[in-house]
Design a protein around this ligand. Structure first.
Ligand code: OSB
Ligand code: MG
Length: 374
């Protein structure tokens, strides 16, 4: 039984080591919301809300999520007895539309808190089986094909198992082809973050010759139907990211043939209960899934790594080590990658597997709010 007694929200600012440009926006410094959760017996843990600064990925931002958590999410969960964390999702879904990242921050935190209480790892609590996860890297749009080749070459040298190249019109076929020519065998994929329409079909078909593992979310952020039209004429598997906001959307993708792979980000789908439902559906339908990232701090990464330890996560995740993003992370130990591109899943220690460096978080904090049970 877990009863949440207090939630403390914090906003920290963490500059990225290198600017991250995707078709829908640029991030130089992450504004990150961390949540500290404490239950009635004094057990505590941290979680992270993955919303960014601008509404360019989904409609949520750190500011809308802050409001939503304090006004709508926290009051539904604080002071309520939960026999199991899987009971949190239905409470947050009843007559409460959207705000998935806000919901996920608390829902996942309740899984983390339960893992602390039950003295098992979050991976085991979720039903994870993998000891290590193959690690991918997501490379932002670069100024020139040469710059992208250089950046991808570095990632290949570091033994990442999947190299994702962000694309947009004007920075697509030539860029990807340059990397493919330089590295004929590299495990490459592309992510368009909604930059195209069906009018660009001929352009997208040129990617078919470049031996990509998949192309992620080429069309609109909420589209399924047109992706199905596109998949019919593309050889490269389409992977949906933005469009998959719950298990029903995953069902739609499968039944309409709108994609062959799903990128599961727990924040995007409202937390772990939905993530597990999507995972289970995909396993049943032989659809590979992988864990995406939202440039999380080491706190959010702990949740992603635990999720990616589920058996259906058969493709390398966007779970790069702390040092790929930050001069210094906010957790100990920092997340690392072995020299063969694997991130180790914390399976033996209880809870989320890392400790938050409170002095560092204090130093980075620009705003806080505490909400208690009535
Ligand atoms: O589309 O996967 C995406 C980051 C912010 C918003 C959208 C996306 C991404 C990434 C980052 O690709 C992956 C990572 O966290 O390493
Ligand atoms: Mg994506």
């Amino acid at each position: 039984m877990t009863r949440l007694e207090q939630i403390e929200l914090r906003e920290i600012r963490l500059p990225l080591k290198e600017p991250f440009r995707i078709s829908s926006g640029l991030c130089v410094e992450r504004r990150i919301m961390l949540l500290h959760l404490r239950d009635a017996d004094g057990a505590e843990t941290w979680s992270e809300c993955v919303a960014g600064e601008e509404p360019n990925y989904t409609s949520e931002t750190i500011d809308t999520a802050w409001f939503s958590i304090t006004q709508y999410v926290a009051p539904r969960v604080l002071g309520v007895d939960f026999a199991h964390p899987s009971e949190v999702d239905p409470v947050l879904e009843k007559n409460f539309r959207g705000h998935n990242m806000a919901k996920a921050a608390i829902e996942m935190g309740m899984w983390g808190l339960t893992a602390v209480r039950e003295k098992i790892s979050l991976s085991k609590l979720l039903g994870g089986t993998r000891e290590g996860i193959e690690t991918g890297i997501s490379l932002g749009i670069q100024a020139t094909p040469e710059a992208l080749v250089e950046r991808a070459g570095r990632a290949i040298g570091e033994h990442y198992r999947k190299i994702k190249l962000k694309i947009q019109p004007g920075s697509d076929v030539e860029f990807v082809r340059a990397v493919r020519s330089a590295y004929p065998k590299a495990p490459l994929m592309a992510d368009a973050n909604n930059a195209y329409t069906l009018a660009d079909t001929d352009r997208l078909k040129q990617l078919d010759d470049l031996d990509l593992i998949m192309i992620e979310q080429p069309l609109a952020f909420d589209d399924i139907i047109r992706h199905a039209q596109l998949q019919r004429v593309l050889k490269t598997p389409i992977c949906l990211d933005e469009s998959i906001t719950d298990v029903e959307k995953a069902e739609d993708m499968i039944s309409l043939g709108a994609g062959r792979i799903i990128n599961i980000k727990p924040g995007r789908v409202g937390g772990f209960a939905q993530s597990r439902a999507i995972h289970d559906l995909c396993v049943k339908n032989k659809i590979p899934v992988w864990c995406g990232g939202m440039l999380e701090s080491g706190v959010g990464r702990a949740y992603n790594v635990a999720l990616a330890s589920l058996p259906g996560f058969s493709i390398a995740g966007d779970l790069s080590p702390s040092a790929r993003y930050w001069e210094q992370d906010v957790v100990t130990p920092e997340w690392t990658m072995s020299d063969d591109g694997i991130v180790k899943v914390p399976r033996d220690e209880p809870g989320i597997g890392i400790t938050v460096d409170l002095d560092r978080v204090d130093a980075l904090t620009v705003r806080t709010q505490k909400i208690g049970a009535k």
